[in-house]
Design a protein around this ligand. Structure first.
Ligand code: SF4
Ligand code: SF4
Length: 105
């Protein structure tokens, strides 16, 4: 299940850096969770980090995004595969030509 942040959020900034999936960002008035990125921390931690840290307990399950643990694991694998695919191996640079010699007159 993806989680969501309610309007009880006091914008304390604690949860955003703790999210391993970068699913939390500032919304118009308070923080929000991108359901496409939230795996409920499955694949990273045993417990949802944002829920553990939130001082006002305003992060319930998003009823619009009820997912099984298996689905969350697949989402985690998709997100991880995406980050691996995004890394490009270093290109082989062509050897620089030798400096032109201007010998002879
Ligand atoms: S449950 Fe985990 S993945 Fe989902 S928003 Fe919270 S910290 Fe991020
Ligand atoms: S930890 Fe809770 S109160 Fe703080 S920004 Fe996140 S959702 Fe809002």
């Amino acid at each position: 299940m993806a989680l969501m942040i309610t309007d009880e959020c006091i914008n304390c900034d604690v949860c955003e850096p703790a999210c391993p999936n970068n699913a939390i960002s500032m919304g118009e008035e308070f923080y929000k969770i991108d359901p496409a990125k939230c795996t409920e921390c499955v694949g990273h931690f045993d417990e949802p980090q944002c829920v553990m840290l939130c001082p006002v307990a305003c992060i319930p399950v998003n009823p619009a995004h009820i997912e099984t643990r298996e689905t969350l694991m697949q989402k985690y694998q998709r997100l991880t595969a995406g980050s691996i695919a995004g890394t490009t191996p270093s290109a082989t640079e062509p050897a620089s030509p030798p400096p032109a010699s201007t010998a002879g007159a």
